[in-house]
Design a protein around this ligand. Structure first.
Ligand code: SAM
Length: 290
């Protein structure tokens, strides 16, 4: 049962849309991926705010949609935003980006935040996004993921950002370009260790590929031949720490026993090395009693 006025995919251009700001996802390559609801909303909106009227114009032309477009991008956003918000209070206004879901490494965050603050009804018209497409086919854990967008271009800032992410217990997702892929994979290998990873390229397009392997294998693969096209890099969660050796346990206990009672030392060392308290306690007693 569709209760929302914009929920009927068969409504077409003639259905009147309620006033509001419609955040409309568009294909990331394959035009067949546009949703029926996205077409209906784009056809029924009074205006479509878009990054580049040439790019969105081609999409609209393909679907015979003649809704007027209004450029909304980093360089004019502050000037255009108040007018768009005022319109969205009275009319259906759509926001699209060049491809995929607006706001996902694309403009729209301030527009949505300020529209909501102004009492505009903000409505999602979901659809393609490269990060979700990549996660859905890479075979890396998806129960938790952290989308980090584009890493900084400069080596030091890139390494610092990677270091911030190193302990996050989740699959990491990045957007990247072909020319920068090898340097990014190398930096990820240096900062995160040799984790399982995946590179999704040109997803939903003719030369789509998803290559999986360890970070070092993937870095080597593209070291001398940067690929073309649009890319998502995924990196699996941190690998489990190698089990502590007897020597590790003994030296941690020796250090702890210098300042703590046997029981406290055992508890502290067991927690630090991820071991059973009873085992560490037994060993601590042996060491203490010589
Ligand atoms: N908003 C878009 C989304 O929802 O995916 C992303 C926009 S961002 C400016 C563009 C980046 O997304 C590209 O540089 C690339 O990293 C990634 N991307 C977009 N389309 C892709 C595709 N078909 N295959 C792989 N990556 C893609």
């Amino acid at each position: 049962m569709n209760e929302h006025p914009s929920c009927d995919p068969d409504a077409g251009a003639s259905a009147s849309l309620a006033p509001g700001l419609y955040i409309v996802a568009t294909p990331i390559g394959n035009l067949g991926d546009i949703t029926a609801r996205a077409r209906a909303v784009l056809a029924g909106a009074s205006v479509i705010a878009c990054e580049d009227t040439r790019v969105t114009g081609r999409l609209l032309g393909h679907f015979d949609i003649s809704t007027r477009m209004l450029p909304y991008h980093d360089h004019n956003a502050d000037r255009v935003r108040p007018g768009l918000i005022a319109r969205a209070l009275a009319e259906p206004v759509a926001l699209v980006s060049d491809a995929g879901t607006p706001l996902i490494s694309d403009p729209g965050y301030k527009l949505v935040a300020e529209a909501r603050a102004a009492g505009v009804n903000v409505i999602a018209v979901p659809g393609p996004s490269a990060v979700i497409a990549a996660l859905s086919i890479a075979g890396l854990p998806t129960d938790r993921f952290l989308f980090a967008g584009f890493l900084p271009a400069k080596a030091k800032a890139k390494a610092d950002t990677i270091a911030e992410l190193a302990s996050v217990p989740a699959t990491l997702a990045f957007y990247e370009s072909g020319p920068r892929l090898a340097a990014t994979l190398t930096a990820l290998h240096e900062g995160l260790g040799d984790r399982p990873a995946a590179v999704g390229r040109e997803l939903t397009k003719r030369f789509e590929e998803m290559v999986t392997g360890s970070l070092s294998e993937l870095a080597a693969r593209w070291a001398d031949a940067p690929p073309r096209g649009e890319i998502v890099v995924l990196v699996g969660p941190p690998l489990p720490a190698p089990a502590a050796s007897e020597q590790d346990i003994d030296s941690a206990l020796a250090e702890a026993l210098a300042t703590m009672r046997v029981k406290d030392a055992a508890v502290a060392v067991a927690a630090r090395l991820g071991l059973a308290k009873s085992d560490v306690y037994a060993r601590a007693l042996q060491l203490k009693n010589g």
